[in-house]
Design a binder for this molecule. Structure first.
Ligand SMILES: Nc1ncnc2c1ncn2[C@@H]1O[C@H](COP(=O)(O)OP(=O)(O)O)[C@@H](O)[C@H]1O
Ligand SMILES: [Mg+2]
Length: 365
């Protein structure tokens, strides 16, 4: 007989969390489990309930239903409640201000207890780790935004929380600083082995930071998985659109196939007569020149090309975005091309769509 391997409970587990404000459900039956050392991003548009979820886990708001466990131990249900300061949870928010009247060292030491000497070592170690060893005696107003952010991170990590909750922590920083600080922060969190739940409305941030993304919409988690999977196997049209511009063509299924101006698509699993949306990203459109009114030949990979004329071309830095007005329906289709591609307005071109990069959803979902 085999012995079952002992499995550690998740570092943080929330089960069926629901929160209502004045009868309106803003967090709706949300469940999540985060193993030790993992970074999970709660990603969704503004107002979808991300911060409310975080506040319940932190213990500053209380759920109407559901439970919160840390390392398998109940932290909070609708009757029982461990106070926020005893949850071993660190917090970092965009506007989580440092104490202005305390030095950098005193800010970082704020949540520490125990022998003075050990506290000082921890503070020095963390400040060195974030590149601020020379700033022990400085005051917050003497620091740049990025430096303040590093102090806030050191302060949150000082008591060695088992879990770190971060609510849009980088949104106050300018773009140039942000990437560097994100990477440094992630590195430090990984070193400390802290489990992280990071809230953001920016897909790029989630893709950059997350081991796992939980995509949230209208109070619910609609999809959960590694960034690659959430991006490449989206559950619905809105999930595709949350990460990038999309193109949509409509069709009706006939015997597991759908005819479109871009040729036939295989649409298995959709019933005969069903209306479907075929959704694809601008980077998966191929562009070919017009040769005397003809385009390239159809291929299995790209189907049949359809003709459009350039309506607008914009250079975006690492890529160019070209909008076409399509001959067959007069609708606009967007294509992106790496580097510089700036065809003149009015140029006829042939577009085709990478079959294996299309997503098919029933219309209206
Ligand atoms: N204390 C509150 N009282 C009433 N409504 C609230 C309260 N806090 C948040 N809400 C509402 O709950 C919804 C979710 O808010 P929030 O969790 O802050 O969203 P997010 O962080 O995703 O932007 C919003 O519609 C917001 O207006
Ligand atoms: Mg919020």
């Amino acid at each position: 007989m085999q012995h079952a391997a002992r499995v550690d409970p998740p570092r943080l587990e929330i089960r069926n969390l629901t929160r209502r404000y004045e009868g309106r459900v803003v967090v709706d039956d949300v469940s999540l489990a985060i193993p030790a050392g993992q970074v999970t991003c709660l990603l969704g548009p503004s107002g979808c309930g991300k911060s409310t979820t975080l506040r319940m886990i932190a213990g500053v708001d209380m759920q109407d239903e559901g439970t919160i466990h840390v390392d398998g131990a109940l932290v909070c249900d609708t009757q029982f409640r461990i106070p926020p300061e005893r949850r071993s949870i660190g917090l970092m928010f965009q506007d989580f201000a440092l104490f202005p009247h305390l030095s950098v060292a005193a800010n970082v030491a704020f949540g520490l207890s125990g022998p003075k000497r050990a506290q000082e070592d921890r503070v020095r170690g963390l400040l060195a780790r974030v590149g601020l060893e020379g700033y022990l005696d400085a005051f917050p107003h003497e620091l740049s935004g990025g430096e303040q952010q590093r102090v806030a991170l050191a302060r949150a990590l000082a008591p060695q929380p088992r879990i770190m909750l971060m609510d849009e922590p980088f949104s106050g920083l300018d773009n140039r600083l942000r990437d560097g600080i994100r990477d440094e922060t992630l590195e430090l969190l990984k070193e400390e082995g802290t489990s992280v739940l990071l809230v953001t409305h920016e897909p790029e941030e989630a893709m950059r930071m997350a081991d796992e993304i939980a995509l949230m919409r209208d109070g619910r988690i609609v999809q959960q998985g590694a960034p690659y999977n959430v991006y490449n196997a989206p559950v619905d049209k809105a999930a595709v659109a949350f990460f990038s511009d999309i193109n949509v063509i409509h069709g009706v299924v006939r015997g597991a196939l759908t005819d479109t101006p871009f040729g036939q698509f295989l649409t298995p699993g959709h019933p005969d007569g069903a209306r479907v949306d075929i959704v694809f990203r601008p980077q998966h459109v191929s562009i070919d020149f017009d040769r005397g009114g003809r385009g390239p030949s159809p291929t299995a990979q790209n189907g049949t090309p359809a003709r459009g004329v350039v309506e607008r071309a914009r250079f975006m830095g690492s890529e160019s975005l070209v909008e076409f007005r399509m001959d067959h329906d007069g609708e606009v289709l967007r294509a992106t091309v790496p580097n510089v591609f700036m065809p003149a307005v009015g140029t006829p071109m042939w577009l085709s769509v990478r079959r294996n990069r299309c997503f098919v959803f029933p219309t209206g979902t």
